[in-house]
Design a protein around this ligand. Sequence first.
Ligand SMILES: N[C@@H](CCC(=O)N[C@@H](CS)C(=O)NCC(=O)O)C(=O)O
Length: 201
Amino acid sequence: MTLKLYWAPRSRSFRILWLLEEIGAPYERVLVDIHAGKQATAEYKAINPMMKVPALADGEARVAESGAICAYLSDKFPEAGLAPQFDDPRRGRYLQWLFFSSGGIEPAITQTFGKFEMPSGQAGWGNAQRVWAVLEDAVHPGPWLLGDTFTAADVLIGSDLHFVVNQFKILEGRPAIDAYIARCADRPAYKRALKLDESGE
Ligand SMILES: N[C@@H](CCC(=O)N[C@@H](CS)C(=O)NCC(=O)O)C(=O)O
């Protein structure tokens, strides 16, 4: 059964396109035209009730949320070597980074755009400045979050940071983060995914 990735160009679904290119298993891209409202059809809501891309269908299985899809795919294809296995102590940090995308980075983006403050002890992500500083430390000296081993966490965090720096343009003056984004963009799978993404179909 071929994997189906529900995708829209220049969106957060790029990261799963990149991950699938890293894995190398066959998959099908299903375009969801989010600018034409196609994410709000009953058919797509059955795939992801949040009406967002990315989402994945694998036989009977349905998975949405980028971090969950990264965990699902990297565990499904252990031979791709993109997830430390269950008895590997590095799995702890690996999972931490997968959850940090939605638990730390997304709220930091929202806080930066929304220009609001709240007590850092009460905000689950502390504050945006702390999130960026923690990430800057985590990607230096690298090359990857777990050191020499590239994982699905790099796909997720690397694409988050690319969005934050290059698309949203809400973070600058962090050379270690810029260098990490450049290392990600230099991967052949990233380049293949970018080509597919830019084709727009
Ligand atoms: N929490 C989701 C967020 C996905 C998301 O925000 N997708 C945006 C595109 S970048 C989307 O589908 N927007 C269409 C809409 O909300 O109508 C994830 O991490 O996968």
